[in-house]
Design a protein around this ligand. Structure first.
Ligand SMILES: Nc1ncnc2c1ncn2[C@@H]1O[C@H](COP(=O)(O)OP(=O)(O)OP(=O)(O)O)[C@@H](O)[C@H]1O
Ligand SMILES: [Mg+2]
Length: 272
């Protein structure tokens, strides 16, 4: 059932190439938001090949496909919170809406159903973090439309990756969003490449908003253990991930005189 009140922010992690770190970043964003005390939900919208539960060593009891079925069966009694799993580790706890388990279920997911589910989640959480696929699909465009922030993730490795990043950047900007909605983030910076970062920024027509270190060991260890990197700040990559989230949230302290509006109002101020 739809609750009254303010809606949480949607932060989408998107890229125009596979394996650039979308899931790693999405998992750590949700974890860091939770660590900071926000009510956070991570949605795995990589419907066919979602990895969120693998990253967190979660065995989901319910998925987006189950949520869609329930919403279609009876929209009036649909309660999105019944379809969430919870990830907990130390002082970090956040909800997870898992991707469908089977390909046929993924294939049958409808854009309007996912939109409805995300809208419902916004009533329950301060932040809904959405992990996506690398495609300009109808599903992803709907998710981008709903987003407060699109974290557009890229790596600088091969010429085709940069070409696709350029196409993606231009396309997202052509959708008519406020430019502040789109945050270009470089992952795996300083990894071995002969491509000059300034050249890439020139091609893209804008600088990277934030840069994440390349740290294969930290990424591997966290995934192997099923824990978010941001649990501790003992690696450069964890610090970079924490500071990315801090840049999305750090005005809250300055804004707490106004109180009432909470997350929504300070967010509007930052991203106007
Ligand atoms: N900053 C980083 N340093 C080192 N390795 C990283 C970093 N970010 C991600 N990785 C590694 O890169 C690989 C791909 O990451 P991830 O699964 O998050 O990519 P993705 O964009 O979600 O991929 P897909 O398009 O398949 O969903 C993983 O092995 C991950 O551990
Ligand atoms: Mg992924």
């Amino acid at each position: 059932m739809e609750e009254q009140g303010r809606r949480g922010n949607v932060i989408t992690v998107f890229s125009t190439a596979s394996a650039v770190g979308k899931t790693l970043v999405a998992v750590n964003m949700a974890a860091e938001l939770a660590r900071l005390g926000y009510r956070a939900c991570l949605v795995d919208a990589d419907l066919q090949f979602g990895d969120v539960c693998n990253y967190l060593h979660l065995v989901p009891e319910r998925t987006l496909a189950d949520a869609q079925k329930a919403a279609e069966a009876d929209a009036d009694t649909f309660d999105v919170s019944q379809f969430l799993d919870v990830y907990t580790c130390d002082n970090i706890s956040f909800s997870v809406m898992a991707a469908p388990l089977r390909l046929d279920e993924a294939y049958n997911m409808a854009v309007l159903s996912v939109q409805h589910i995300l809208q419902q989640l916004q009533f329950h959480f301060d932040f809904v973090v959405v992990d996506t696929t690398s495609a300009f699909s109808e599903m992803n465009l709907m998710i981008m439309d709903m987003s407060t922030i699109i974290t557009f993730l890229g790596i600088v490795d091969f010429i085709p990756t940069i070409k696709n990043m350029k196409i993606g950047c231009d396309t997202i900007h052509s959708l008519g969003y406020e430019s502040s909605k789109i945050r270009l983030v470089l992952n795996r910076s300083k990894s071995k490449t002969k491509i000059d970062l300034e050249d890439v920024e020139r091609i893209l027509g804008e600088p990277f908003y934030h840069v994440l270190s390349n740290d294969f060991k930290a990424a591997w260890d966290a995934t192997a253990a099923g824990v978010p990197l941001v649990r501790s700040a003992d690696t450069a990559l964890a610090k970079d991930l924490r500071s990315l989230v801090a840049r999305f949230t750090n005005n809250e302290v300055e804004d707490d005189s106004g109180a009432e509006g909470g997350v929504s109002s300070w967010f509007k101020r930052i991203f106007k």
